[in-house]
Design a binder for this molecule. Sequence first.
Ligand SMILES: [Zn+2]
Length: 663
Amino acid sequence: MTRAVRLGAGFLLLAALAASLACQRSSGSSQPNHKLIILGIDGMDPQLLKQFTREGKMPNFARLAEQGSFRQLTTSIPPQSPVAWSNLITGMNAGGHGIFDFIHRDPKTMELYFSASRVEGPKHAIHLGNWVIPLGGGTAEQLRQGTAFWQILDQHGVPNSIFRMPSNFPPVPAKGQTLSGMGTPDLRGTYGTFSFYTDDPTAAAGAVEGGQIIPVQVESSQVAANLIGPDNTFHKGSPPASEPFKVSVDPLEAVARVAVQGQEFVLREGEWSDWVRIEFQLIPFFGNVKGMCRFYLKQAHPRFQLYVSPINIDPADPALPISTPSTYSRMLTDEVGEFHTQGIAEDTKALSDGVLDDKEYLKQSHRVLAEHRKIFDAEFPKFKQGVFFFYFSSLDLNSHMLWRLMDPKHPEYDAAAAAQNGGAIAEFYQQIDQVLGEVLPRLDQDTTLLVLSDHGFAPFYRSFNLNTWLLNNGYIKLKGDVGPDSNEPLANVDWTQTRAYGLGLNGLYLNLRGREPNGIVTPGAEEDALTKKIKADLLDVRDTKSGLPVITRVDVASEVYQGQYARSGPDMIVGYNRGYRAGWKTILGAFPPDVLEDNTNPWSGDHCMDYTLVPGVLLSNRKITAETPALTDIAPTILAEFGIAKAQGMMGQSVFQSQPAPH
Ligand SMILES: [Zn+2]
């Protein structure tokens, strides 16, 4: 693809403004004043970028594509963000860095865990869900393997700052400033648990998918409730730590006053508080953990409805390491104010659970981007030398949640809702274009710019329940005496008769002898034959509703992964057709009754599909010589910019590397 973007009539004007844009440099430069800027835009899709550019909404991207280069960027197998960013970070695929999915399983116990990190402490420790907060000398362990490109830059004395890189929690030791991103938990050790307090008797009390609905009473216009903190293992049974708060609801006006830990503030209906610092006392005067949250008064009357955001790690006094140097997050807070530290800061779950509506979710989501732009605006002007990387999450999370508003073919499309917020995704793209607009004037002969995404995007119309399909096709057998309804992963599976199972968004595992506790498939010929059979069967699956193939690609781990962890993940990676994705329940090892279902969740766009269908983007102010650049080329590209040879195990090569002349 030589010219990926068609430009509108405004281009000539833009071209005249483009004089400052750097032209082609010789590659492999190692001048001391060389600079490399990388904007990492999670989920930026090449088709949407072209569309919004055609519509004149992305003038800075149009300019960059015209003056420099624009390519599709081959994503990871599978195209999930933790995997994809790990490919970029290490220059290796999942076989080398060991991150195969959001969710991994321990083959010995079949327990599920988040793939990115684990926190462990010595004797005195505070458990956070499945995590542990060490008091003092404990350690937080990152599960991603391999060396990060910035650690190699450090070894060669190239200064660098890496902001909000996914799959980097806790941040690996680094000489420069780094701030952790996706994969950073909230204070409860989850990827974000909201609380919703209401006196509405029709609201289902208890845990919903992404949070907790907490029933309260309004008595004499007063509400007394508790904020829920991390599990307190110093108490028997490890009940979660909690801190009381009070709300006085004005009997006439739609206003309430919130009082918590000596802080008081008034919220009008529909108003968000600023960040509120909360200290959870675990052992008086000794074990305190600091966090922060935001309150949102959804309704004062007739029903009381108060949303409290997930409790974020306080960057001014982090309970777990979120930056290098460790004092950096505090210094940053001093400069720009508080900001979301939780890895996935957009409260997608509150929208999915119906606790926030589109408008409320969008407001929260815009706040997240505003905070990140504030950090960018504070840090980017300080960049003088070496490498500057900055990550933006907005396009990914908002394309997930709002796709249904711009696609009439989506089962959740609603014309009225679309009329209200159908332009929301485009608006987030435009904000990213504004960020690029701040960068372009800073480019000179010594500066290379890379703008890239980890994967693209597609609609998510229908869910495929892989485990139900495996069950219906005889690959899984259940114990006869119990039903398949359970929250426990793969509950009731008769492992002595089960040959394969699905876990995670794209993972398919064989029940392998010597690996799984009751493995029955013998490695070698039997394994190969079964792999072939399942692959062929999956590629044959058709959606009776549309007639379309549901799965367009199945990759076999031993054929696509290189490195020492190549056999630690799934045996096959299921690549769904555009419009299809694994169902929410099958991901966690459950068996919904239907193999295929309409996706009626607001989470309406996705990318965990056939990786060839959802490439990312790669733009540069320089000429990209690679015809089909991949995420694994980025680390070698970064190193080559500073004359550093790629590290052992890195698969790709610089995207600027000129091809050898034919003889
Ligand atoms: Zn995503």
